[in-house]
Design a binder for this molecule. Structure first.
Ligand code: PLP
Length: 287
């Protein structure tokens, strides 16, 4: 396994960053999780747009141009001879002194890790996930804008801990006003009487690339799709609930806080969207 580390390709054992890196000390940095399908970097442009926008927002100077970043991704895949898998792209503020001031870090650090990926079994896509809602609240825009995919994942980790303790596969996060926002690492959709709804990002959801791909598919296929706030009650009484994310793709939720959703397995709209999604994944990307 070859890892891209600041312009060099190093082995897993040699892929080390400084303890003075502000990504390590303060979570000061950003990242992307990207899928490779059949040698194709799925939605590469959308991921790099989100990365460079996140960087601009936190005044992080990425030391590679957009094109150099694309080339680094492609070269990392080539070196690893990987045609299907997952890319983790991390840009941290880089090594500096102790102290929050990013001016102490002269150069941001870029890491690209590629790996095989298998998170859910094919069976899980049919049975759906057991989930719980959790007490940890999503960051809201006046703190850290949810559109920034930053290295600050501590509340997502607290969410994961809570869902593990409840024996659930994923969790549903609310914002401080009690509106549903997203999962620990996925966006959420509900279906009621044929209408599909997902929370608007301003409530506290990452603008997921898979979320956008599903919205596009809904428009193309003539499904009714809305971005509107909803509460846990709407989730409990939905006909179908599903989560979307780069790793998870489109996965049904069969249970939320002990309430069985619909028939208690993946519903027809969820399965149809999964099928449509899988039919485009190796056509829309960077070769
Ligand atoms: N929400 C959070 C908090 C995430 O970390 C992710 C994963 O990146 C998502 C949603 C889904 O986004 P995407 O579809 O871009 O992977």
């Amino acid at each position: 396994q070859w890892i891209y580390l600041d312009g060099q390709f190093v082995t897993k054992e040699d892929a080390k960053v400084s303890v003075f890196d502000h990504g390590f000390l303060y979570g000061d940095g950003i990242f992307e999780g990207i899928r490779i399908y059949n040698g194709n970097i799925f939605k590469c442009k959308a991921h790099l747009d989100r990365l460079y926008d996140s960087a601009k927002s936190i005044m992080l100077d990425i030391p590679l141009t957009y094109q150099e970043m694309e080339e680094a991704l492609v070269e990392t895949l080539r070196r690893n001879d990987l045609r299907d898998g997952y890319i983790r792209l991390v840009v941290s503020r880089g090594a500096g002194n102790l102290g929050l001031d990013p001016n102490r870090c002269p150069k941001a650090s870029v890491v690209i890790i590629v790996e095989q990926l298998a998170i859910y079994s094919e069976e899980a896509y049919k049975t759906g996930l057991k989930t719980v809602s959790v007490s940890t609240r999503r960051n809201i825009p006046d703190a850290l804008n949810p559109k920034i995919k930053s290295l600050n994942y501590l509340n997502n980790i607290l969410v994961k801990i809570q869902s593990n303790l409840a024996g659930a596969g994923e969790a549903i996060m609310l914002n401080a006003q009690g509106y549903v926002t997203e999962g620990s690492g996925d966006n959420i959709f509900i279906v009621k009487n044929g209408v599909i709804t997902t929370p608007p990002c301003y409530l506290g959801a990452l603008d997921g690339i898979t979320r956008q791909a599903i919205i596009e598919i809904c428009h193309k296929k003539g499904y009714s799709i809305k971005e509107e706030p909803f509460t846990l009650h709407d989730v409990y009484v939905a006909d179908e609930v599903f989560l979307t994310g780069t790793a998870a793709e489109v996965i049904a939720v069969r249970e939320v806080d002990g309430r069985i959703i619909g028939e208690g397995h993946a519903g027809p709209i969820t399965l149809n969207l999964l099928e449509e999604f899988r039919s485009i994944v190796d056509k829309d990307g960077l070769k």
